[in-house]
Design a protein around this ligand. Structure first.
Ligand SMILES: Nc1ncnc2[nH]cnc12
Ligand SMILES: [Zn+2]
Length: 334
């Protein structure tokens, strides 16, 4: 099973680039930027990765990204992620970045964008990994701030394919951002949002009805509402599920109780993703393997999850055929 997963061609659709910041690289970049981290060393930092809810993680995640200042810092962060997923047979990735996490510290929008994008271009030419870049609005900030961020993105439509919504979910429902998402859609951006990670099914409904999402990031709590679950299945709306994230943030108490089988049997287009791999203990392969072992996934189920990843990607039909052909060729060979 392990080698079946390791060699399986995969797409990643839910990945925060700031969440790939491994402690070793964080210390290296902090040092070259003359920034003191409030941790003695890499081990002390890793020990702090003990979360009982989303906010515990976010506090440390925002602290970590504070050391990113120069375009090269963003490049190095992204390049390290791309090398890692190249070793895991990830052929396509759609990554999030949090511009407000940088602009509010005085780092220019373009500094973050250009560093990340240049690495993605190098990943395509040197590693053969295709990509999309999605910027997320921080939902703990207000809609005006999100609107300003959207305006900063408008000259960069050649680099940014979509907008998303992340950060502290509870108390910050999608309806808070209806106008900015309406504008983003009119400007031609793809639309996604985190919903139903900690928030109730109502937030998932709002993401569908008010933000007009094309994929739901997480979506776990949608399962509490049978009619909503049926609707998501009927609309072939993909869920970007993140197993190790769900475990580390206590969305599930044990991976054995992860609802992935319920999702699949309800006809939901679930995909597997790593969310913030440096903080949650694993990239794509580790997520697939841990989940497969915990809930006893069959090869057919694993293949379905991988296929869903390519089908739910924001790419042309031609590109989808090119990628799924590689998946089907692999499946026929094992
Ligand atoms: N899992 C997650 N949920 C919400 N916001 C995030 N930002 C980074 N990771 C996140
Ligand atoms: Zn996420």
């Amino acid at each position: 099973m392990k080698s079946f997963i390791e060699n399986l061609p995969k797409a990643e659709l839910h990945l925060h680039i700031e969440g790939t910041f491994e402690p070793e690289l964080m210390f290296e970049i902090a040092q070259r930027n003359n920034i003191d981290l409030p941790f003695a060393d890499v081990e002390a930092l890793r020990k702090a990765y003990d979360f009982s809810r989303l906010q515990d993680f976010l506090d440390i995640y925002y602290q970590g990204m504070n050391v990113l200042h120069k375009e090269q810092d963003f490049y190095d962060l992204t390049w390290a992620y791309l090398k890692k997923i190249h070793s895991q047979n990830v052929l396509h990735t759609e990554i999030f970045f949090d511009p407000q996490g940088h602009t509010e510290r005085g780092v220019a929008f373009e500094t973050a964008l250009n560093g990340i994008h240049r690495a993605l271009e190098d990943g395509r030419s040197q590693l053969g990994i295709s990509f999309g870049l999605i910027m997320c609005f921080l939902r703990h900030l207000d809609q005006d701030d999100a609107m300003k961020t959207l305006e900063q993105a408008l000259p960069h439509k050649d680099k940014i394919i979509g907008v998303g919504l992340d950060s502290s979910e509870l108390g910050h429902p999608p309806e808070k951002f209806t106008a900015v998402f309406e504008r983003a859609k009119a400007e031609g951006f793809h639309i996604v949002a985190h919903a139903g990670e900690e928030g109730p099914p109502e937030y998932v409904k709002q993401a569908l009805d008010l933000l007009k999402v094309e994929r739901i990031d997480h979506g776990n709590r949608a399962l509490e509402d049978t009619a909503l679950t049926q609707r998501i299945a009927d609309e072939s709306m993909a869920l970007t599920v993140c197993p190790l994230s769900n475990l580390k943030l206590c969305v599930v108490d044990d991976l054995k109780n992860h609802p992935i089988k319920k999702m699949l049997s309800a006809g939901l287009k679930a995909t597997i993703n790593s969310d913030d791999p440096a903080y949650f203990g694993g990239y794509m392969n580790e997520n697939f393997i841990a989940l497969a072992e915990a809930v006893d996934l069959t090869q057919v189920e694993i293949a379905t999850l991988a296929r869903n990843g390519f089908e739910a990607a924001f790419i042309s039909d031609d590109e989808k055929y090119r990628l799924t052909d590689q998946l089907e060729a692999y499946l026929a060979s094992v």
